[in-house]
Design a protein around this ligand. Structure first.
Ligand SMILES: Nc1ncnc2c1ncn2[C@@H]1O[C@H](COP(=O)(O)OP(=O)(O)OP(=O)(O)O)[C@@H](O)[C@H]1O
Ligand code: SF4
Ligand SMILES: [Mg+2]
Length: 429
């Protein structure tokens, strides 16, 4: 791969991406209130009887030069989100802006010039390449589709792209079946890069590959980003793939973003219980494995259906911290710490947002049985510590009303204790 890196790769015209690669660079893509509801139709008349709320109101932005990782369990709407932002799907609601331009409802013709700038890499390198076409034809197809004549001709450009992604340019006339999974994914990457895109959305780019090959392909994406100043949205179902390459990570659950933070904050102090569960292990809903490993958080049951998502916080049917307010009121996605947005009434590593609501739901007690004692204890401890610090800060800030502030803080501490004890009790049963 390192040999190929010597191949010269022209930077994108007018790109200032290297300057913007820092955390809070210029926004390339902005998504607001984005929704995709797939209608469910029944009967002869095909009347709509309901809808799959695959993506149900999400807000985020992608900054120039960054990698945004998107993670979440199967069916939470990651691919739908990817297809919405690349406009392969028509949104049901909300807006998508690319470079400040509203592209939410652009028609096919209006989208054509945009197609050059936004490319997608798909999960399955077997089905995403036409078996009857040579890789030369496959990688060269975008030039044809866009009516672009590269300098030096299509063949030369395709061969250059093949070497950029670490393939032998002499294999131009071979067919997809002559390549391994990892090589096929490189072909997919070469095709996506053909037109010098600004944004590449990679939907589980390595999950169909052998674990030993996964790192190579991820590293290739990483190298290409640096050399070409690309911006990535990389979708994965767990954190293992995106943890090393993402600048920021969005965690999705049932069509919503529940936490969005820079990588460092997410790893050192995740705030959403679901993020914590994703980080602790791959969720295995098997009570027999309870206590196998102390840091584990196993999630109870399956992800609920996006046809009828749970009320309030959608995670409340599986969350070990869920209280009444979680069942009734949807928590908004709020920036609780600079660079860390979270949608939770009782976040981890942060002050409780609804400290008066202390009675755990019975489902929460059941869920807590699958959470390691250590995790529960740490959770109670960090929340109490954050509350104490917050109380000190507000005391200092509001010196004239210091009494009130400390009273409020004491009340908060009191309020928190029973909930935490309750959780631990549940686990000791
Ligand atoms: N074209 C469609 N028509 C109806 N429902 C759909 C369609 N595409 C996706 N869905 C549903 O929308 C939900 C979200 O699907 P999506 O493929 O976006 O999830 P995902 O997070 O990418 O999952 P996975 O990790 O399995 O790839 C699922 O319940 C899925 O069944
Ligand atoms: S504590 Fe409540 S709001 Fe937070 S994730 Fe659990 S159920 Fe949702
Ligand atoms: Mg998917």
């Amino acid at each position: 791969m390192s040999d190929e890196k010597a191949v010269s790769i022209p930077k994108q015209a007018g790109s200032t991406l290297t300057e913007d690669s820092a955390g809070d660079g210029e926004v390339l893509l902005r998504v607001s209130g984005l929704k995709k509801h797939f209608p469910i139709r029944k009967g002869l008349l095909q009347r709509q009887t309901g809808a799959v709320r695959a993506v149900d109101g999400i807000d985020f932005e992608v900054r120039k030069g960054e990698t945004l990782g998107v993670v979440g369990e199967s069916g939470c709407g990651k691919s739908t989100m990817g297809r919405l932002i690349t406009r392969l799907l028509e949104p049901t609601g909300g807006t998508v802006e690319f470079e400040g331009r509203d592209i939410t409802h652009l028609g096919v013709g209006q989208m054509r010039p945009m197609r050059r700038d936004v490319q997608m890499i798909f999960q399955d390198p077997y089905s995403s390449l036409n078996p009857r076409h040579t890789i030369g034809t496959i990688v060269g197809a975008p030039f044809k589709l866009q009516g672009v004549q590269p300098e030096g001709g299509v063949k030369k450009e395709v061969q250059r792209l093949l070497s950029v992604v670490g393939l032998n340019p002499e294999h131009y006339n071979r067919y997809p079946h002559e390549f391994s999974g990892g090589q096929r994914q490189r072909i997919g990457i070469a095709r996506a890069l053909a037109l010098n895109p600004k944004l590449v959305v990679a939907d589980e780019p390595v999950s169909a590959l052998d674990v030993s090959i996964q790192a190579q392909v991820v590293n290739l994406l990483d190298d290409l980003q640096e050399e070409l100043g690309l911006t990535y949205v990389i979708i994965a179902h767990d954190l293992s793939v995106v943890r090393h390459v993402s600048d920021r990570i969005a965690v999705m659950y049932l069509g919503k973003i529940v936490e969005l933070a820079d990588r460092e904050s997410l790893y050192t102090a995740p705030m959403h219980p679901y993020t914590k569960a994703l980080m602790s292990a791959v969720p295995i809903p098997d009570p027999k494995r309870r206590g196998v490993k102390s840091e584990r958080i196993l999630l109870r049951g399956d992800v609920p259906s996006p046809i009828a998502p749970p009320s309030g916080c959608r995670f409340h049917t599986r969350c070990w911290k869920a209280t009444e307010v979680c069942r009734t009121t949807e928590p908004p996605l709020l920036e609780l710490k600079p660079g860390q947005r979270v949608a939770c009434h009782h976040p981890e590593n942060f002050q409780d947002q609804q400290p008066q609501d202390t009675v755990l739901l019975s489902v929460a007690k059941e869920a807590a049985e699958l959470v390691a004692d250590e995790v529960l204890a740490e959770s109670a401890e960090t929340s109490a510590a954050v509350a104490a610090v917050a109380a000190e800060v507000s005391e200092a800030a509001e010196a004239p009303v210091a009494e009130d502030a400390s009273e409020a803080a004491a009340a908060e501490d009191d309020a928190e204790a029973p909930a935490s004890e309750d959780v631990t009790d549940g686990d000791n049963k």
